[in-house]
Ligand binder design. Structure first.
Ligand code: A4P
Ligand code: MG
Length: 216
């Protein structure tokens, strides 16, 4: 994949300070947590990790919009956002890694402190996907926006609509690398090593900028 940045081979071991949200300095993003309860929360907030992906249309703009939209959800605050990564489309459904159709993806992971229940969070993510023009013509089709729940606190969920931890997250560099960037304690060196052959690199256009800065 020749559109991945030269840092691709270093991406698995890459770590940097999390980006601040629009209007925040990096220090304030890290040092001054705000209450997630924009209204009175009925439950203790948990930290959910959300995978963001897109490979159709203006993917960078879609992910930038999504970060802001996540932060605007009721009872929720985006606490940390990873760098933006360019990744090769991957299909691991059969248990074997194969190239999937479509353009390269842009992927990122966000830490969302939320008082929403897990099903309510999934509803909210799917509503945002719809707003972003998501269509599902076939399995693993190119998409304008995909928002998956990787982790919801320490919960294990296995319902007809929601499986958490996300069942394929450990097979994917496009999840593990950005997750390790913002939550290094949640990803082991062995897990990163197991996906180190998958093509992933920092998205060149966002390397020197805060990609979540909503100036588009
Ligand atoms: N669902 C169950 N558990 C979850 C969860 N933890 N988070 C259900 C989100 N949804 C969950 O999802 C299908 C159904 O999964 C939903 O109705 C929900 O009830 P979807 O968003 O319609 O389709 P999807 O995202 O394609 O499905 P899935 O199974 O999450 O796909 P994967 O396995 O995540 O693969 N390659 C690169 N480079 N980057 C990518 O981002 N993404 C995929 C999608 C494939 N290849 C990729 C990428
Ligand atoms: Mg999805």
């Amino acid at each position: 994949m020749n559109r991945v940045s030269p840092q691709a081979s270093e991406a698995a071991s890459f770590q940097r300070q999390p980006y601040p949200l629009p209007g925040q300095t990096q220090a304030s993003a890290l040092a001054q947590p705000q209450p997630a309860d924009k209204a009175a929360a009925g439950r203790d907030p948990v930290t959910a990790y959300i995978a963001l992906g897109a490979n159709l249309g203006d993917a960078a703009a879609a992910l930038r919009w999504a970060v802001q939209a996540l932060d605007d959800l009721p009872l929720s605050r985006v606490r940390l956002v990873s760098s933006l990564y360019k990744t090769a489309p991957l299909d691991t459904d059969s248990g074997v890694e194969v190239a999937a159709p479509g353009n390269d993806y842009l992927n990122a992971v966000a830490a969302l402190e939320t008082g929403l229940s897990a099903p309510a969070l999934l509803d909210a993510l799917q509503a945002l996907e719809l707003q972003a023009g998501r269509q599902r013509p076939y399995r693993n089709a190119p998409r304008t926006l995909d928002l998956d729940v990787l982790l919801y606190g320490s919960a294990c969920i296995d319902s007809s609509r929601l499986t958490v931890p996300h069942p394929r997250m450990t097979q994917r560099a496009f999840v593990l690398v950005p997750l390790a960037e913002i939550a290094p304690g949640l990803v082991s060196a062995g897990q990163l090593e197991a996906v180190a052959h998958q093509a992933i690199g920092l998205f060149e256009d966002a390397v020197d900028a805060d990609w979540t800065d909503a100036r588009c």
